[in-house]
Design a protein around this ligand. Structure first.
Ligand SMILES: Cc1cc2nc3c(=O)[nH]c(=O)nc-3n(C[C@H](O)[C@H](O)[C@H](O)COP(=O)(O)OP(=O)(O)OC[C@H]3O[C@@H](n4cnc5c(N)ncnc54)[C@H](O)[C@@H]3O)c2cc1C
Length: 476
């Protein structure tokens, strides 16, 4: 219906990291109001942190899928670029909308923007409401006995689990009666997709962004792989060992409530898997109470740490050319697919921070740019966890051994052989430490160290000692 045809003022639903129609509280309440709808997505020019390159690829496809789903219900998604406050003002002025709904977000900069907008709209007599949608429990809904937030995961999760009542997910709206003459950008003009070369399509070969793809991913996972999750989640060669739900959750194509309720209905034990959803919740609590989680040490004592990194070596790490096959396989998996196995993430992050003595923020920024699922809470909290500067963090002296981790978690060598094919003919015994292989074994496998595959860029033992000494100094 056009703006003029409507005898009611429209209601705006401002969509952000909640790109779904099902179990979307902001959308649900707007639809229930019976008023004409304006479904709006703003590419915010004043966002505190822009999405990375891989995230933009996912976002493009996620929005494409959302647009199709909205159109199938008779509606339309309005796309605009600029400052959210000005865009909302513009749309309100154009349409006479007198109500705005959105689902909450938790980054410090985003909360600041939302708070200003809400106050301003209310002052002008426009109803503005935010809703709980992207977490099972709001950070302020769970507190320690002394009223603070939990800094350790296990007690957090014990308390949080007992507090939340997880209602059934909200239904998908039957129809979307949208105002149809609100100007909108064409998504194609936003330039989210790389063209020369088109590395995005290759990444998407592994995924189907959008609500349907998210639900399919969940049900496929619950339909078998979840049963062996506890033991398989550390095996990087097993492509179905974990759910790969992270990118779907990062853009809100599926809600944690949908994941929780569907998993709970499963006949098999899903506890180990749901505990990981708990880590996501915990990371968001940390972000909420530490808005600068991606840029400041959670533990201020870490500010004294003296980093000593070498850009050439960091670049070798980024490109998967460190000479440590398990690390290189991981960094190439990330580069090629936009995803990386959790065990490998820990090893690669530890290598950068502890072997190369590089500030964790350098790694956090690389993952922010290259991970399809780059998430403001989980990425920052995880990097700080590995560095030892975070809450409930791995102690700094726990330094992952870059070759024995491969020998332990990729026993058959399938993962390394997939991403480091130049070593594929090496026997397992030498696969993670090619520099220990006798000359004839290397020759037989067609490996020329320093030519076809790099020699280790650093010495493991020396690096371990250097990292421990640096840590000791920073505490002195
Ligand atoms: C250095 C580093 C960076 C990371 N960056 C991100 C990131 O940007 N985005 C992200 O979602 N996760 C991040 N993680 C956490 C974790 O590695 C991924 O969530 C997980 O590997 C995603 O794969 P999956 O969906 O198959 O997970 P599954 O093992 O199937 O877990 C199910 C879901 O639980 C959540 N989850 C699992 N592990 C964690 C965790 N440790 N912390 C928080 N949530 C978790 C995710 O939403 C995940 O989709 C990072 C971990 C490390 C060590």
């Amino acid at each position: 219906m056009s703006i003029k045809e409507s005898d009611q003022n429209p209601v705006i639903v401002w969509l952000r990291r909640d790109l779904r129609l099902t179990d979307n509280p902001a959308l649900h309440i707007a639809v229930e109001s019976g008023k004409p709808l304006i479904l709006l997505y703003v590419q915010e020019s004043n966002a505190g942190r822009a999405f990375g390159s891989a995230a933009n690829v996912w976002l493009h496809h996620s929005l494409t899928s959302l647009i199709a789903n909205i159109e199938a219900k008779g509606g339309q998604l309005i796309l605009r670029r600029g400052e959210a406050a000005s865009i909302l003002d513009e749309v309100i002025a154009q349409t006479g909308a007198d109500e705005v709904h959105w689902n909450r977000r938790y980054e410090g900069w985003a909360r600041d923007i939302d708070e200003v907008i809400k106050t301003d709209l209310k002052t002008r007599g426009i109803k503005a409401e935010s809703h709980k949608s992207n977490l099972l429990i709001e950070p302020w809904e769970v507190a320690t006995k002394t009223g603070g937030f939990y800094k350790v995961f296990t007690p957090f999760w014990r308390a949080a689990k007992n507090l939340f009542t997880v209602d059934a997910p909200l239904p998908t709206p039957q129809a979307l009666a949208c105002v149809d003459d609100v100007p909108s950008d064409d998504l194609k003009t936003w330039g989210f997709l790389p063209t020369t070369p088109d590395w995005g399509s290759k990444m998407l070969a592994y995924h189907t962004p959008g609500e349907a793809g998210a639900m399919e991913r969940l049900t496929d996972f619950l339909d078998g792989p979840v049963e062996s999750y506890a033991e398989q989640r550390d095996n990087p060669a097993n492509a179905t060992g974990t759910s790969k739900l992270a990118p779907h959750m990062a853009y809100g194509e599926i809600s944690p409530r949908q994941v929780w309720v569907t998993a709970k209905q499963s006949e098999v034990d899903t506890e180990a898997f749901l505990r990981q959803i708990g880590w996501r919740e915990f990371s968001y609590t940390l972000l909420f109470y530490n808005p600068e989680l991606a840029s400041q040490n959670y533990k201020p004592a870490f500010d004294k740490f003296v980093w000593d990194s070498d850009e050439d070596k960091v670049e070798a790490w980024r490109r998967g050319q460190t000479g440590y096959p398990f690390v290189d396989a991981g960094m190439r998996e990330l580069w090629q697919t936009g995803w990386q196995h959790n065990r490998v993430r820990m090893v690669c992050a530890s290598f950068l921070i502890k072997h190369l003595l590089t500030d964790w923020r350098v790694g956090e920024a690389w993952y922010w740019d290259t991970l399809l699922e780059a998430d403001p809470a989980s990425n920052a909290a995880s990097w700080q966890w590995v560095a030892g500067s975070g809450a409930d963090a791995a102690p700094y002296f726990r330094i992952f051994n870059p070759f024995s981790q491969g020998e332990k978690f990729d026993k058959a060598g399938d993962y390394v052989r997939k991403y480091v094919p130049e070593l594929k003919d090496l026997p397992n015994k030498y696969l993670n430490q090619p520099w220990t292989a006798p000359a004839h074994v290397l020759a037989q496998a067609g490996v020329k160290l320093g030519e076809t595959y790099p020699r280790p860029i650093v010495d493991h033992k020396q690096c371990r000692e250097r990292a421990l000494a640096a840590y000791k100094d920073s505490r002195a």
